[in-house]
Design a protein around this ligand. Structure first.
Ligand code: FHN
Length: 441
């Protein structure tokens, strides 16, 4: 590792990844569901007959949308068809092992009845807490829950993007206390949660107070030891985010992979990381009109598998409608992913970088700490033969496709290379093959 050249009080406090059981659990889950749900689901990207083409959850910032109008939407929020058990069942059958829910997005509206704000679910016609029943249902389905929390708060009178004078600084201090109180409240109300997912931390007012975010991270850890929090929360005292001024990761995992994935293992520098992905190009909250490319089941599966093959977690976003139901496209996507995961999920959970040279047909994944290596094949060559290139002194003794448990007999080519011949056209989905290998002296 490189030597630190800059003395920092509020930089990274750890070298390498966390090694405790809570972090090991997070790392093993590999596949998560993100949910963006809030008042923005009501306009769904449309206002006064006009369509806003930006991300639906940003509609309040659109010049055609009067803030006073947006800030009154809570009076209509009444998700009468919200069925947390159904949500959890859908996530479970998709194969998600953790879920991240927007407790509060940039608009400042809280999905829980916070005692520190009037702008919450308690003020809506629905009145009741949404988060509690959701967390319970997911936990009962065996799914861990993490809480998304935006620092940017468009509704709070004390929020400032930058602090320009003494009055701003005083407001900034009040706002910090508000954030701290809300986070402690969430932990106290929902003790089973496994982590916070911070967002909206790019404004100067936040970036320029590395001491505060550092203290906050430690405070939250002290309230709830084991909590998992990514690199978006903190800045160091020089305003560097994610990586401190010495290039070391702050927080428990790298959280910069939004709508993009690393290309190679070198890109992740040995750090834990997570990617979050939208189904259309850039929509997180519900938008009635999805335009542009909408990702397919196989595209999503490839992103998931690629992430796991590079030691990362992959989280797929859903934007439920204001009534509490999911759009058909999302339901179908979840079902399609689930179908594949049912047969092939064992290659994903606990999956890690295999240490084998990547081949054009797809990705190798090693089950953590074992000799089990999976090939996940997305591109079948016209020959139907897959080249398996193993590290030196490794022999391929057998292989089987998870689908149908079909045995494949390896053909030795030379050195540590083999062919696996696929039995004709098998399926329209990625093919997963478990390799049996023996490593000699
Ligand atoms: O502005 C938000 C956006 O609406 C969405 O919540 C994503 C999710 O990662 N985060 C922000 C942009 O980075």
């Amino acid at each position: 590792p490189k030597k630190d050249t800059i003395a920092l009080q509020h930089g990274a406090h750890r070298t390498g990844n966390r090694t405790d059981a809570d972090m090991a659990r997070w790392r093993s889950l590999r596949f998560g569901q993100f949910i963006h749900w809030g008042l923005y689901a009501i306009p769904g990207g449309e206002w006064n007959g006009k369509t806003y083409n930006g991300a639906a959850e940003w509609i309040r910032s659109w010049k055609e949308m009067p803030h006073e109008e947006y800030d009154k939407l809570y009076r209509q929020f009444n998700p009468v068809n919200f069925n947390p058990q159904q949500w959890a069942a859908q996530a479970k059958s998709m194969g998600a092992k953790y879920m991240i829910i927007t407790t509060k997005h940039h608009d400042g509206f809280c999905l829980w009845p916070s005692k520190y704000s009037k702008y919450t679910i308690a003020a809506t016609p629905w009145k009741k807490d949404l988060l509690g029943p959701m967390i319970d249902a997911y936990n009962k389905a065996g799914i861990d829950v993490h809480l998304y929390f935006s620092i940017i708060d468009w509704n709070h009178p004390d929020y400032r993007a930058s602090l320009k004078n003494a009055a701003d600084s005083a407001a900034g201090k009040r706002f910090q206390l508000f954030v701290k109180n809300q986070l402690a409240e969430l932990l106290q109300r929902y003790p089973t949660i496994k982590g916070f997912w911070f967002d909206g931390t790019w404004d100067d007012s936040w970036k320029n107070d590395g001491a505060f975010s550092d203290e906050l991270e430690q405070y939250l850890q002290s309230l709830h030891p084991g909590l998992v929090m990514g690199s978006r929360l903190r800045a160091d005292e020089k305003g560097a985010r994610h990586f401190d001024s010495n290039g070391r990761l702050m927080g428990d995992y790298e959280q910069g992979w939004e709508r993009k994935l690393p290309a190679t293992i070198e890109d992740v520098h040995g750090n834990d990381w997570e990617a979050v992905m939208t189904v259309p190009e850039n929509q997180w909250g519900y938008h009635a009109k999805w335009t542009g490319h909408v990702k397919t089941v196989n595209e999503i599966l490839e992103m998931l598998v690629k992430s796991v093959s590079l030691n990362g977690n992959f989280v797929l976003n859903f934007g439920p409608k204001a009534d509490g139901t999911f759009r058909t496209e999302e339901q179908q996507l979840a079902a399609g992913i689930g179908q594949w995961m049912k047969v092939n999920g064992e290659a994903v959970y606990n999956g890690t970088y295999a240490g084998f040279e990547k081949q054009d047909w797809g990705y190798y994944i090693r089950k953590a700490g074992t000799d089990s290596v999976y090939m996940v094949v997305f591109n079948i060559p016209v020959s139907g033969s897959l080249r398996v290139k193993l590290p030196a002194r490794t022999e391929l003794t057998g292989a089987s496709m998870l689908l149908g448990n079909t045995t494949l007999t390896p053909e030795w080519i030379g050195r540590n290379e083999y062919f696996l011949h696929l039995p004709g056209k098998t399926t329209d989905s990625p093919v997963v093959i478990l390799l049996k290998t023996v490593t000699g002296e």
